[in-house]
Ligand binder design. Structure first.
Ligand SMILES: [Zn+2]
Length: 116
């Protein structure tokens, strides 16, 4: 599954910052509808991957963004969960997609119980 390697790369990034795997309580990710990442699949596989890599059982918080589109006909900027709709003002399909492909690690929170 594609999302397993995505979960692994997120955790590798965290591991590089921490120096080694440590128990986390939360990992927050920003995810856009055009990122090519399935939020449901990632949510499903993340706990297993995190546990097996030594990060405990962090909660995965997904901040899901919308697709930002500017209508080329009337200039309206609109936001949709997917790009499969025309302009809400003039119903034109002539538009420019400005955003929605976000995929970034926002934060990783260490578990409080991790004190030695
Ligand atoms: Zn329009």
């Amino acid at each position: 599954m594609h999302e397993v390697s995505i979960a692994e790369s997120i955790l590798d990034l965290i591991e590089r910052q921490l120096g080694r795997p440590r128990e986390l309580s939360e990992v927050a990710i920003r995810l856009g509808p055009l990122s090519g990442v399935s939020a449901d699949s990632l949510d499903f596989c993340f706990p297993t991957v995190a546990f097996h890599k030594g990060f405990g059982s962090p909660i995965l918080t997904l901040e899901r963004t919308l697709v930002t589109i500017r209508c080329d006909a009337c200039g309206t900027t609109y936001h949709l969960p997917d790009p499969i709709s025309p302009c809400p003002s003039c119903h034109s399909w002539h538009r420019t997609i400005l955003g929605g492909d976000e995929f970034e690690l926002l934060s990783a929170t260490l578990s409080e119980e991790n004190h030695v």
